[in-house]
Design a protein around this ligand. Structure first.
Ligand SMILES: Cc1ncc(COP(=O)(O)O)c(C=O)c1O
Length: 298
């Protein structure tokens, strides 16, 4: 927060937008949006929140938290790919569209353009009707489940996950367990597992145990590098290897994450799988598929 305050002060009135993630896809950290909105307000900047990770895990009140603009993707909210939501202030929506096209213009001549009303002018082309309907249904399902039930479920499961994962031999949780217990983080757990490259471990969990995790630097290259203490020489070497076509060269972590469908049994299955992998190794033989950044069964 102090770092942000310094940067905001240095930028002064040149600052137009503060854009940040409402929740980290790696550490589960949630910045204090209300405090940051006060900083934005003091300099007349707009607070833009990327709520891709926040929306499935916490209720969002844009007015209460001083959020000026917000975006999220449907597929992280249990709806299909290819659709999402972008909420912008009227002052921005009243402008000409960035991507004009069919449906965004009511009338055009050599001399003038009359833009369509704001709800149409920024959405040119044929709308993803099925995706929009599915996103609506998904939001309704979340509302019907009730936020207090969703939050209660996640809180209990986060505490259980931290306890279970911390006790798996060879597993290093990259975010200290206390952070999950002391702060209201969303349930994402980055970890390393002794003796296994993250891509290989992800492949074993998928093929042998039916468990999906994400592996790699997952859009947080600098933080993962810091965690793994990769020096400049190692970094240079990895970059050379990647350029030479070895996309399995990078370091990384594995991330397990929770959703509303996750259960205590899922966590048990994950931890039992990891213990079994540590004791017996993989049951199948894997071959690297460098072009896909993953391993497949040989
Ligand atoms: C915070 C955040 N923003 C944006 C994205 C990207 O969303 P999309 O998959 O819709 O491109 C992700 C995906 O992981 C994310 O975690």
């Amino acid at each position: 927060m102090e770092d942000l305050e310094r940067k905001v002060q240095a930028a002064g009135s040149r600052l137009k937008v503060i854009a940040l993630s409402g929740a980290s896809n790696l550490t589960g950290y949630r910045p204090d949006l209300k405090a940051i909105s006060r900083l934005a307000e003091a300099t007349g900047a707009l607070l833009f929140v990327d709520a891709a990770q926040l929306a499935p895990h916490r209720p969002i009140d844009m007015a209460r938290d001083g959020i000026g603009a917000l975006a999220f993707s449907a597929h992280k909210l249990y709806a299909p790919f290819g659709v999402g939501a972008l909420v912008l202030p009227r002052s921005v929506l009243n402008r000409a569209p960035v991507n004009p096209g069919g449906g965004s213009i009511d009338m055009i001549t050599d001399r003038s353009i009359v833009w369509a009303p704001i709800d149409e002018r920024h959405q040119s082309g044929t709308w993803n009707a099925a995706g929009i309907v599915a996103l609506g249904a998904s939001c309704e399902t979340m509302s019907n489940a009730g936020w207090s039930a969703v939050l209660h479920h996640e809180r209990a499961l986060v505490a259980y996950s931290v306890e279970r994962l911390s006790s798996v031999p060879g597993l290093t949780l990259r975010v200290p367990a206390e952070c999950y217990l002391a702060e209201d983080r969303i349930g994402t757990f980055p970890f390393s597992f002794d003796g296994y490259h993250p891509f290989l471990l992800a492949a074993i969990l998928e093929h042998e145990y039916g468990i999906e995790v994400r592996a790699g630097t997952i859009c947080n290259h600098r933080l993962v590098r810091r965690w793994l203490a990769a020096g400049d020489a190692q970094q240079d070497d990895i970059e050379c290897q990647i350029k030479a076509g070895n996309r399995l060269a990078p370091y990384g972590i594995v991330r397990a994450s929770l959703g509303i469908q996750s259960t205590h049994e899922d966590l048990d299955r994950l931890c039992n799988a990891l213990t079994s992998i540590r004791t017996h190794g993989p049951k199948l033989e894997y071959k690297p598929l460098p072009q896909h950044e993953c391993y497949d069964v040989a």
